[in-house]
Design a protein around this ligand. Sequence first.
Ligand SMILES: [Zn+2]
Length: 230
Amino acid sequence: MATVSICSGHMAAAACDHEISNAQKISARIANEWPLRPSQDRQTRYVQKIADQLIPVIKLNMDSRNLNWPSKNRWRFLLIRDLAVNAYSAGNGQVYMTDGVYSFADSEAELAAIIAHEMAHELIGHFCQHDERLATHSIGSFTQVIDNTKELEADALAVEILQHAEFPPQAMLTVVKKLPVPQAGINNQRNLRIKALQHQLRHAGTVPFIASPEFIHIKQEAVSGNTLHK
Ligand SMILES: [Zn+2]
């Protein structure tokens, strides 16, 4: 994963009927090609812990939205031992993040924003839609799909999720602002996302989000490549 991106897209979309099998295929390939952290190590459990704070509030507050949930309501968050920054959804509730996400995020609020954004792709049903007008970039043997509309939709829902879960929603904006500019011009994807988030958050004010000692410790372990803690 040579590129730096936080969900510049998601894995190639599947027809809804095929979302589960497609996600299984993608996950098998990822497990084959990339070194995954054990599901019980500290960095992975911390991501799961934050996700576990988000899932019940989504159910509680957004039940009327007809959201798309993974089969058996099962979400899986897996960490890849790679310091390049990347996060993406494979569909059917399977979300992958690199260790680099820990170096990128400066607080658990920003980590929660990245998790919420990836969950939002699933919840909106992006893996049930056919993609048009797509740009792509390759990661290993994978092709990530870049779709501005879906990124804007996922950002917007992530802000709502963060608000319901009492994480500062401004963290979604700070995450997007930190992304590298992938292309020149005022209408590049990052600028569009920043403008949309600034509009959505125009009444939210500014809230400082301070990293907890637990987050800092887990981040330092991830970034230092310390893989012995379980
Ligand atoms: Zn995305």
